[in-house]
Design a protein around this ligand. Structure first.
Ligand code: G4P
Length: 313
C-alpha cells in the first residue's frame, strides 16, 4: 500500500498495469495528441529480489521476449542481474511476427552474444532445439565440471520475461508431462520447486517477472499495441491511429486487404472507413471510432491481420 500513496516518481522505470491482474495505480498523460504512459514503481523490487536470491543457483537465464517487439519487450535490468550467466533469448510468439524481421532480430541478438531461438510456446514449434542449445551454450561450464569430476549434474535454468510474454505457456509446454518436480534446494526461497526437464536440465518453476522499462514513450505504445497493457487505461483511438499509421508505411496493402479501405487517406480517415465497413456507429449515425479502434487492435493481437512486427533492429 505504501507506494500507492507516494507521489508519482518521475523515473523512467514504471509499474505497468497488465492484463494479468496488476492493479497498481497509474497515470496517463495526454499531450501532443498522443497517449503518454507513466507508471509507478511497484512489485518490481520484490520480483527483482526474488531473482537476485535465486540467480546464484542458476547456470543459464532463459529470457522470453515477444517476437513482435523484441526490443520493447526486453527489460535491460536482466543484463545486470544475469551478469556472468549464460543467456538464451527466446523470440516467442514468432507465429504472430514477420518472419523476415524475426530473422533480423535473431542475427542482431546473436551478434550481442546471446544464443537465440524463435519459438511458438503455444504450439511448441521451435522448442525441440532448446535442450541442445542450452547444452551448447553452457559447453564451457560442462567441460569445467567434467574436469572436476562432476558428471551428470543438470544445468539449472531460470525463465524470465515481462508479463504476458508467454512464460507460463512456455514452462507448461517445455516441461510437459515428462517432467518431475525435485525437492527444495538450500538457498532457494522456501516453496520454490525445480522442474527436472530431462537428465541435463532443470529449471525453477517460478518464472522471474520483469516489468518493461522504458524511457521512450514509443516503447510503451508498442507494448500497448500488442496488448500488454490494459486497454481501459489507454486512449485506444490514439493507439489504433498510431498502429494504422505504422501499417500504412511498413505494411502497405494490409489495411486495404482486410478492411477494404483506401489506405492512401489520412490515418483517422482510414479508421473512419473501418468504422463504416464494420458498422461501428454511434447515435445519429456517427462513426464509433473507439469500437473500430478495438477491432483493429484485436485483429492484430490475435493474428488476423497476419504476421506483423512493430520494430526492426
Ligand atoms: P506470462 O506467463 O508470461 O504472463 O504469459 P502466458 O503464458 O500467460 O501467455 C500470455 C498469452 O500469450 C496467453 O494467451 C498465451 O496463450 C499466449 N501465448 C503464449 N505463447 C504464445 C505463442 O507463442 N504464440 C501465440 N500466438 N500466443 C502465445 P491468452 O489469450 O491469455 O490465453 P489463451 O488464448 O491461451 O486462452
Amino acid at each position: 500500500m505504501g507506494f500507492l500513496k507516494r507521489k508519482p516518481l518521475r523515473l523512467q522505470v514504471f509499474q505497468m498495469d497488465y492484463n494479468n491482474g496488476n492493479n497498481d495505480k497509474k497515470e496517463i498523460e495526454m499531450s501532443d495528441n498522443k497517449t503518454n504512459i507513466n507508471w509507478y514503481p511497484g512489485h518490481m523490487t520484490k520480483a527483482i529480489r526474488m531473482m537476485q536470491e535465486n540467480i546464484k543457483l542458476i547456470d543459464i537465464v532463459i529470457e522470453l521476449v515477444d517476437a513482435r517487439i523484441p526490443f520493447s519487450s526486453k527489460n535491460p535490468d536482466i543484463d545486470e542481474l544475469a551478469n556472468q550467466k549464460y543467456r538464451l533469448l527466446l523470440l516467442n510468439k514468432a507465429d504472430l511476427a514477420d518472419d523476415t524481421a524475426t530473422e533480423e532480430w535473431e542475427q542482431y541478438y546473436k551478434k550481442q552474444g546471446y544464443a537465440v531461438l524463435k519459438i511458438n510456446a503455444k504450439t511448441g514449434a521451435g522448442m525441440k532445439a532448446i535442450a541442445g542449445t542450452v547444452q551448447e551454450t553452457c559447453r564451457e561450464k560442462l567441460e569445467r565440471d567434467r574436469k572436476r569430476g562432476i558428471i551428470n549434474r543438470p544445468l539449472r535454468a531460470m525463465i524470465v520475461g515481462i508479463p504476458n510474454v508467454g512464460k507460463s505457456t512456455f514452462i507448461n509446454s517445455f516441461a510437459g508431462k515428462a517432467c518431475t518436480k525435485t525437492g527444495n534446494k538450500p538457498g532457494v526461497t522456501k516453496g520454490k520447486q525445480w522442474i527436472r526437464l530431462n537428465k541435463q536440465i532443470e529449471m525453477l518453476d517460478t518464472p522471474g517477472i520483469l516489468w518493461p522499462k522504458f524511457e521512450d514513450q514509443e516503447v510503451g505504445r508498442r507494448l500497448a499495441i500488442i496488448g500488454s497493457i490494459n486497454d481501459d487505461i489507454l486512449n485506444i483511438r490514439e493507439l489504433a491511429l498510431e498502429f494504422i499509421r505504422y501499417l500504412q508505411h511498413a505494411y502497405p496493402g494490409i489495411l486495404a486487404k482486410h478492411y477494404g479501405v483506401n489506405e492512401a487517406e489520412e490515418c483517422y480517415k482510414v479508421l473512419e472507413q473501418i468504422a463504416q465497413q464494420r458498422q461501428c456507429k454511434l447515435k445519429g449515425n456517427l462513426p464509433d471510432y473507439d469500437k473500430a479502434a478495438s477491432i483493429v487492435l484485436e485483429n492484430y493481437r490475435n493474428g488476423k491481420l497476419g504476421q506483423i512486427t512493430l520494430e526492426r533492429p
